[in-house]
Ligand binder design. Sequence first.
Ligand code: ACO
Length: 319
Amino acid sequence: MIRGVGSYLPEKVLTNAELAKLVDTSDEWIQQRVGIKERHIAAEGEFTSDLAVAAARKAMAAAGVTADDIDLIIVATTTPDYTFPSAATLVQMKLGMHHGMAFDLQAVCSGFVYAVATADSYLKNGLAKRALVIGAETFSRLLDWTDRGTCVLFGDGAGAVVMDMANDEELAAGRGLLSSALRSDGHHWEKLYVDGGPSTTGKTGFVRMQGAEVFRHAVGKITDVVYSALEQANYTVADLDWFVPHQANKRIIDGAGAKLGLPPEKVVTTVDLHANTSAASVPLALSVAVADGRIKPGDLVMIEAMGGGFTWGASLIRW
Ligand code: ACO
């Protein structure tokens, strides 16, 4: 069960107009192609683990728990503070914890969906009692600010959820995480990757993307895992109350929604104000939709994501 959701966005907002001063682009081009108006950018000295901790504290407050109650921390991130240790152990330290286990999960934009399914397995197998699952990114640090094809697409942020096992009453009501479908295919790695790393260049590198290729694969792969998660739990698209997709760009979200036959009002969209925050995008969108009262206890919610690797996945949750 998801007990609480929280999020954090860095203070600095970078608008399309400001970006147009850095590269040859325009507000009109960006809004038309990807539906992004602005993004948040982490301040100098503000690291992924800081964003993660800020979101985690809000999720724990919403769940009515403290760090003492958490025994598993998973941070889904592509932009850890250091090559090692994991951002998750830094979060653990910053929360004042000495107990439990913490690790990072790297599935790029699909990281949060992978992490929710992973935490659920740990909980169901008795390896942990209560999990803090965080998606946190300072993706701006991986951007080549001279490449207009990528730098306009991404932003920084973090979102977090507290998860534990559903109790008997909740189980009887069919609540909790009902199903997940996770996929990857490494043959597509060069379509979206960062051209550096500890074992190759010894440097962090920058995001490189074949945008049209990513677009071409996105809608089909997303809808495939959404149908799979629905089928496993014996539901159909018509049963969904909310569709909370990875916020990569509005055309992909609209394309997936249309292919699934979902009414646009059931689709949660935050890409206009957050841009693509990679692993943080789904928990950020969840946080917005819970805070504004759209997602309520008992609602049937589908989360999904697709990203570098390629990786893609979906989870169906009875809230
Ligand atoms: N501003 C103005 N012009 C631009 C910009 C920009 N920011 N970026 C590219 N262009 C130009 C190109 O240089 C090209 O110009 P040319 O015709 O003179 O050569 C023209 O626009 C068309 O370029 P394309 O790359 O063909 O544009 P396309 O219509 O494919 O749109 C886009 C590019 C928006 C990136 C699209 O391919 C897309 O949405 N892809 C999905 C990528 C994505 O969302 N990635 C996120 C990570 S993956 C994930 O999270 C799912």
